[in-house]
Write a protein that binds this ligand. Structure first.
Ligand code: CP
Ligand code: NVA
Length: 304
């Protein structure tokens, strides 16, 4: 049973093929419009979402399928009945499950016990659909992914871990500029080294120096969903890691700025950079739709 839980378990060739397909789906929006005919995609979300929810629902509709949305609490995910029972019942009704969860283990458990493809729509450790849209955006705005330098200024979180893996698989250089104590953890390092190998992403603590050769500067919120109790500490620790005009001036003139959104303007990024000519954040948000159409097509075509 194919799943899309993280990028580390997907072959580089598949990722490249999905990006090609996403570009084709974007170029002609009528492409694939019956690919999911008769298929039902269920979305179960424990956390809020704009982009992931709406782009998956729109993608499903544009491919001829139907989507159903369930807030995790309402459907009783993880507390009303055991996860394996939940997974087995859902598998009898729908054809694909998109999950947004607190714990990555919940995503793994539903993939293990269900009988339908599972897509990770964000967990505490991974946001693979975001990374696919990010790579599509880099490809469009930087003339390809291979050989490019992506500098993530911020937290070693779900978004940066997935993008680091995508870059490793597709031959881009990934640099994380973060405060001490907020880099990738040992579990990620071990997994990356075993499954990708080569050079591990560079970890730097001086953001101004880190962006000197950047083709892309990327940032995300300093406090992810579920970390709200750490907000005050994080605001202090990340204060020097804001993507602002001074930082951007240290990067090459062609450098683009990405952000997965939602943005906390005035915290991790300034209004000026968000609205400036280097910013491609809304193209990036749009690309969630096209990248996910490619993923849904692949998953449901394989399972046919
Ligand atoms: N980037 C992203 O996943 O946005 P949402 O949280 O709004 O889905
Ligand atoms: N790192 C953020 C990403 C939101 C799309 C979070 O997990 O809240």
């Amino acid at each position: 049973m194919p799943h899309f839980l993280n990028l580390i378990d997907q072959p580089a060739e598949l990722l490249a093929r999905l990006l090609d397909r996403a570009a084709a789906l974007k170029a002609d929006r009528t492409t694939g419009r019956t690919a999911l005919a008769g298929r039902v995609v269920g979305l179960v979300f424990e956390k809020p979402s704009l982009r992931t929810r709406v782009s998956f629902e729109a993608a499903t509709a544009q491919l001829g399928g139907t989507s159903l949305f369930f807030p995790g609490n309402e459907i009783g995910l993880g507390w009303r009945e055991p996860l394996p029972d939940f997974a087995r019942v859902m598998s009898r009704y729908i054809d694909c499950l998109v999950l947004r969860t607190f714990k990555h283990d919940t995503v793994l458990a539903l993939a293990e016990h269900g009988e339908i493809p599972v897509v990770n729509g964000l967990s505490d450790r991974s946001h693979p659909c975001q990374a696919m849209a990010d790579l599509l955006t880099v490809r469009e705005h930087c003339g390809g992914v291979k050989g490019k330098t992506i500098v993530f200024v911020g937290d070693g979180n779900n978004v940066s871990m997935s993008l680091a893996v995508g870059c490793g698989k597709l031959g881009a250089r990934f640099v994380l500029a973060c405060p001490k104590g907020y880099a990738f953890d040992e579990t990620f390092k071990k997994n990356y080294t075993e499954k990708i190998g080569g050079d591990f992403p560079e970890i730097l603590h001086d953001p101004l120096a880190a962006v000197a050769n950047a083709d892309v500067i990327y940032t995300d919120v300093w406090t992810s969903m579920g970390q709200e109790a750490e907000r005050e500490t994080r605001l202090r620790k990340f204060a020097k890691f804001q993507v602002n005009e001074k930082l951007l001036a240290k990067a090459p003139p062609h450098c683009k700025v990405l952000h997965c959104l939602p943005a906390h303007r005035g915290e991790e990024i300034t209004d000026g950079v968000m609205e400036g000519s280097a910013s491609v954040v809304f193209d990036q948000a749009e690309n969630r739709l096209h990248a996910q159409k490619a993923v849904l097509e692949w998953l449901l075509a394989v399972g046919r």
